[in-house]
Design a protein around this ligand. Structure first.
Ligand code: AMP
Ligand code: ZN
Length: 114
């Protein structure tokens, strides 16, 4: 298997600005933020993206969302609101092939996204 940027970040080989860490997930600030708060939440397990999720990943997928919601709360985003984004594949705009959930907040977000 080739190298993976987010596996390297999860392994501590590449630095990040950590927001949350537990045995299953790591959250860190996006290096090129698209909103005042822009955090990426990744499973430590390498899953290439949404289209690779298996039936056995049900708990992981649910815990990813719950973990991200708790991080959004701890960032103080509940009252004003926020958005989760998971890009998948080329048309979805996915640029890193390791499943990650974007938490975006701190400004009015546009809809529909571009
Ligand atoms: P996506 O386009 O959905 O695949 O999102 C990938 C995200 O990873 C982008 O928002 C990038 O800015 C972000 N990113 C790329 N490299 C790093 C890095 N070394 N540390 C933190 N975020 C990164
Ligand atoms: Zn990976």
């Amino acid at each position: 298997m080739g190298s993976c940027l987010f596996c390297d970040i999860a392994a501590g080989k590449i630095p990040c600005t950590e927001v949350h860490s537990d045995e299953k997930f790591l959250a860190f600030r996006d290096i090129d933020p698209k909103a005042p708060t822009h955090i990426l939440v990744i499973p430590r397990l390498h899953i290439a993206g949404l289209s690779e999720l298996q039936n056995t990943d049900t708990d992981l997928a649910g815990e990813l969302m719950l973990t991200a919601a708790r991080i959004a709360s701890s960032e103080g985003l509940d009252e004003a609101g926020y958005r989760f984004v998971i890009n998948c594949g080329q048309d979805g705009g996915q640029t890193v092939g390791h499943l990650h959930l974007h938490i975006l907040g701190g400004r009015q977000l546009h809809w529909p996204p571009g």
